[in-house]
Ligand binder design. Sequence first.
Ligand code: FES
Length: 347
Amino acid sequence: MEFNTLKVKQVRRLTDKAVAVSFEIPKELKKTYAFKAGQYATVEHQHQGEVIRRSYSICAAPSEGELVMGVKEIHQGKFSVYANRELSAGDVLMVSTPEGRFTFENNRWRSKNILCIAAGSGITPIMSIAKEALSNHNSNTVYLLYGNQSEADEMFAEELDQLVAAYPERLKLFRTYSRAASDKGAFGRIDNALCLHTLKNAFGQPKLDLAYLCGPEGMIETLKESLQKYGMPEDKILYELFYSEKEEVSSSLEGQVLIDVLIDGVTHSINAAADKLVLDSLLENDLDAPYSCQGGVCSSCICKVKKGAVEMVKNQILTDSEIAQGLTLACQAKITEAPLSIDFDDV
Ligand code: FES
């Protein structure tokens, strides 16, 4: 992951609590900032003397040629409050190169029926995926189920209406609101019943090739089951979680352990508390390990265990076969066998 200073081109208000931030990308960095539909970029920001990183999904499609991210203001959010209330065109931000595996690639999925389900700001990567799927292949159909608390909370409402008008046959949009009823959609949260009801009654029971889910963990777990019952194979259901809280860390090891870590071709050796998460120890030792969400969500911190062993507190990203190959998420890894040797280059 590489960070560069980028100038903010525009901050466009989407709702009272969300903005779309676009960046000017200098010519020499155009290739570096090329992205796939569904990826995110990470912003590094100074907040009250502390350097923090936050990742935000890109809402533009690659074919639009612009880097735009959606930022929803969350209560006491260390970057999102600043972005929503103070950031403006001409300001500069440290922004990482795009990353993420929740992606849509047109060359692999021609003429497909694609289901997208988004809750709240989960619409951000889905916007990119839907626009890409619709614009580059004239036989892809997108079925989008989009849930919000109320109409006022709906990000990209106008842009979605314009997309439906542009692709009336190939974009089927169904909205639902969980707190304030609206004649624009149903009333209720996205759950198993609403998902299956929408597929049947609003979308005409299509045969689906791919599904993209973005929202809170509970919704994702429920929908994965619903869609498998609907007949979709598990590996065709892709998902991205919102930030997930850290869980308790416990380790059978005690005291200090030795960690060797290879980053950008250089090996560093540190002593770390055995009961700490590996990424936390690396950052405390000022090592430039890649990371973003620190919550086991974004996949930036994937590394390979070469010696010793770790266990992940939480893993929604790596498959069993990737774990068997030694891959782990440094932000979720607790050491179970020391000394530990990890490699961020061989992933
Ligand atoms: S930093 Fe995001 S998964 Fe580890």
